[in-house]
Design a protein around this ligand. Structure first.
Ligand code: HEC
Length: 214
């Protein structure tokens, strides 16, 4: 009984010591085992600190982030804010009209990059030929995939295709978040090459090559 009383009183003293009286106000800061956020160490805006080498609390964005006002690295010329650059939006600046043609110079290197990216991102559904017969259709997962050789799509402006690739359409997902701007234009250049490979005839060849064929 004596031990029980002793233990009971000790427990009461400890609980009372830690928890205090109900409704009791104290001017002292509470004991926090894990400090609340407002007590934690943090960098205050515009305040010098010893945490970063340059003493600023706002650091440059990490590599790979795209500031909204940055021009595309491959585009020479005036620096537009993000929204005002046709390369970023696929639209003519200041309007909602799609640009007709690829704002990047179409070079063999761009086409090669476009082919690589097309084969990674687009062939599962559209097929290597772009005719919509990708593995997804063969497996029956994605029954109606657009044939990129449809007249309607061939006649689309580059900007509209850029818009579809960037934002997706119905069952087709958006590639804006995963495929960088330049690679999206490269894909579009390659889609155009694929379309030409279907539409072209020997009449499109330069005369000397036509003669060589005959
Ligand atoms: C998951 C399957 C899938 C993938 C991957 C995919 N697409 Fe599509 N795509 C579709 C489907 C389905 C449609 C038909 C959408 C509709 O009109 O309902 C479509 C439509 C299109 C169209 C026509 C859009 C229109 O306005 O009618 C274009 C152009 C296109 N895709 C290009 C691409 C390109 C380029 C890629 C690679 C970056 C790609 N797609 C990747 C499924 C896919």
């Amino acid at each position: 009984m004596r031990y029980f009383l002793l233990i009971f009183l000790t427990v009461v003293a400890v609980v009372f010591g830690i928890a205090g009286r109900r409704g009791h106000l104290s001017r002292k800061p509470p004991i926090l085992i894990i400090p609340d956020l407002n007590h934690q160490f943090k960098l205050r805006p515009e305040q010098p600190n010893g945490f970063f080498a340059n003493g600023l609390s706002s650091q440059l964005p990490p590599p790979g982030t795209i500031p909204r006002s940055q021009p595309m690295p491959t585009l020479n010329g005036p620096v537009y804010p993000y929204e005002d650059s046709p390369a970023n939006t696929g639209r003519t600046t200041g309007t909602t009209n799609f640009v007709d043609t690829n704002p990047l110079p179409v070079t063999p290197a761009l086409l090669r990059q476009g082919r690589e990216q097309f084969e990674i991102y687009c062939t599962p559904c559209h097929g290597a030929l772009g005719d919509g017969n990708g593995i997804m259709k063969k497996l029956g997962v994605m029954p109606a995939v657009a044939n990129l050789h449809d007249k309607r799509i061939v006649e689309m402006t580059d900007g509209e295709i850029f818009n579809t690739v960037t934002h997706g359409k119905n069952l087709m997902g958006a590639y804006g978040p995963t495929v960088p701007v330049k690679e999206r234009w490269a894909i579009i250049a390659y889609v155009r090459a694929l379309q030409l490979s279907w539409l072209g005839s020997t009449n499109n060849l330069p005369p000397n090559l036509q003669a060589a064929l005959k």
